[in-house]
Design a protein around this ligand. Structure first.
Ligand SMILES: Cc1cc2nc3c(=O)[nH]c(=O)nc-3n(C[C@H](O)[C@H](O)[C@H](O)COP(=O)(O)OP(=O)(O)OC[C@H]3O[C@@H](n4cnc5c(N)ncnc54)[C@H](O)[C@@H]3O)c2cc1C
Length: 473
């Protein structure tokens, strides 16, 4: 294959005046995933045209933590220097709201992720793409329309150009034009808002670990992004508070460690808050032959598990490896379900305060504290190393059983049957979620693989129901 796409005259079929050309691969969007996808194809010898419609998009509040699987992909693309310029991440430290000791969740086998300011990460990736001989990077190239294998875009002078590509890749984020061109419904759901606050001159409580702090209206994620800078991502669930400095301060300060409070107050006073909207769209559609979607254009979740870029890098990397579109879709569908289930369930467990969710949260913390096998499994799922949804189901049903057993014990002691009824309703919701989640994400049936745990859960729930029934009769 040749390195540079070839220019040729071409009569426009859509009325745009064109200077047209053809290329092997046309990537729409030079966010983190578009750049990685372009580099993965270029590494294979394909000619790539990479279009970015908004060069300033990288300045928004977005991903700054990358799991080890994402790091391996960057390294295999020759971007070891970029990884070296960030801050090593060995895992996460979770701070429960009750003031108990933090729980350290470490990536298995000494694996390392990294953290880095979003704009620095994307700038470095764009620079690497621009340097590559096989990639033609148009830094002001806004894609306007897709017809078959042709993409029309406006260049920096507003001139419209049409390009023919063997493969079009939609790496154009959540509001993807490529996705819309497939006639797919948008299917995004608003989850919450995220406020980004930059703290100066503070130490993380566990350097080398991302920090998850509970006790505010929503979880707080903190990570190091500079020698003296720590980013706080504050989750603001809908309808719980106003989105202004005073309200953020009042709601989140009590959840922060004492030593950060001064810097937090200062940051709120000195700088405008960066806001982002947290949305959820299941990873159900990957495109069609000739037009593949990658990254957030496929789907996305609440960023609590910081998995968006890792999943997107895996999309781009495997797309360049796969022999056909159906291979790509099959492999990535199978590999994404576990991360999706984990992200959706953890966010819900960390934000809902009904009896069942509180019992689940407690059971999860107990499991992480006292069962190294389970905390290892969580981290393998989180980092993208373990992609088998059966592993998630096993872990989740196990903590459901533990939570239900605890509620059963508490019910026997307290005889509070109203509470038991609420818990039963809550557990039923979680079981329903697990069942539909299974069907929606993977299309596979893991009933057999988790049958023992499920039957145990049924027994516990049956006992709860009987206790409750006794009272009501
Ligand atoms: C607050 C927040 C925190 C997050 N934290 C993390 C984290 O810690 N770790 C993590 O892994 N993920 C995190 N994420 C998710 C992560 O930011 C996304 O998964 C990631 O940015 C997706 O990359 P992408 O390249 O697919 O899409 P984007 O980053 O959205 O990039 C898409 C690019 O396409 C361009 N584009 C769009 N339309 C066109 C067009 N028509 N023509 C040309 N170009 C176009 C855009 O300008 C943009 O540059 C977070 C997200 C949020 C909101």
């Amino acid at each position: 294959m040749i390195a540079q796409a070839c220019f040729q005259d071409w009569n426009s079929s859509n009325g745009y005046p064109v200077t047209a050309r053809s290329t092997d691969i046309l990537v729409i969007g030079a966010g983190p995933v578009g750049c990685v996808t372009a580099l993965a194809f270029a590494r294979k010898g394909a000619s790539v045209l990479l279009l970015e419609g908004n060069p300033r998009s990288s300045h928004r509040l977005a991903g700054e933590c990358l799991h080890p699987t994402g790091v391996h992909i960057l390294e295999s693309l020759g971007l070891g220097d970029l990884v070296g310029s960030g801050y090593q991440g060995h895992g996460f430290a979770v701070f429960p709201a009750d003031g108990s000791e933090p729980i350290l969740l470490q990536y298995p086998d000494g694996a390392c992720g990294f953290t880095c300011e979003h704009v620095a990460l994307v700038s470095a990736l764009r620079a690497a793409a621009s340097r590559h001989n096989f990639i033609d990077f148009v830094s002001s190239g806004h894609a306007l329309a897709i017809a078959g294998q042709r993409v029309t875009f406006a260049d920096e002078n507003g001139q419209r150009r049409t390009v023919q590509a063997d493969l079009i890749v939609g790496a154009d984020g959540r509001s993807s034009l490529a996705r819309a061109s497939l006639g797919l419904k948008d299917q995004r759901h608003y989850v919450s808002s995220m406020a980004g606050v930059l703290l100066d001159d503070v130490q993380l409580l566990h350097e080398g670990f991302g920090q998850v702090l509970l006790g505010g209206p929503g979880p707080i994620l903190a990570c190091r992004i500079g020698p003296s800078k720590v980013r706080l991502f504050l989750d603001v669930p809908p309808g719980r508070m106003e989105k202004d400095q005073e309200s953020l301060h009042a709601a989140f300060e009590p959840a922060l460690p004492e030593i950060w409070r001064g810097a937090f107050r200062q940051a709120l006073a000195d700088r405008p808050i960066a806001w982002a909207s947290n949305q959820r769209r299941s990873r159900a559609h990957y495109g069609r032959p000739g037009l593949a979607l990658v990254g957030d254009a496929v789907g996305h979740y609440h960023p609590l598990t910081a998995v968006g870029m890792t999943l997107g890098f895996m999309d781009g990397y495997y797309l360049a490896e796969c022999k056909s579109f159906s291979d790509y879709r099959r492999v990535r569908t199978a590999q994404s379900g576990a991360a999706e289930l984990l992200a959706n369930s953890l966010y819900r467990v960390f934000t809902q305060n009904d009896v069942a969710s509180l019992a689940l949260r407690h059971a999860i913390f107990q499991t992480w504290r006292h069962c190294p096998v389970e905390s290892r499994r969580t981290m393998r799922l989180l980092s993208g190393e373990e992609t088998d949804t059966a592993q998630f189901h096993r872990a989740f049903v196990r903590v459901l059983v533990q939570a239900a057993q605890q509620v059963l014990q508490d019910s026997l002691l307290s005889m509070d049957w109203k509470q038991t009824a609420r818990a039963l309703k809550g557990f039923a919701w979680w079981l329903g979620w697990l069942a539909t989640g299974e069907a929606e994400m993977s299309g596979e049936d893991h009933t057999d693989s988790v049958a023992p745990e499920k039957s145990k859960l049924k027994k516990v729930l049956g006992s709860l129901q009987r206790l409750q029934g006794t009272k009501w009769l």
